[in-house]
Design a protein around this ligand. Sequence first.
Ligand SMILES: [Zn+2]
Ligand SMILES: [Zn+2]
Length: 88
Amino acid sequence: MLEIRPTCENCNKDLPVESDNAMICTFECTFCANCTELLKDVCPNCGGGFEKRPIRPAHLLNKYPVSKVVVYKPVEISAHLQKINSSK
Ligand SMILES: [Zn+2]
Ligand SMILES: [Zn+2]
């Protein structure tokens, strides 16, 4: 099941379950749309791309609650961009 994390990993902004500003990579690293733009759509943890996080229907949230685990690992954007550029 998709782990729906409560915040952006880079800027710690709240990304509630119904947010349409939340982006995830295939490993569920979670960032806000603004940060994925800064990251040039490349996940700093796995190197993969991002997709918009699907919104879990409200009536399923009791049975399948969202994650409360905050992952906060600010990315050093300039180093990240350098890494992307050097791997091209
Ligand atoms: Zn962010
Ligand atoms: Zn990732």
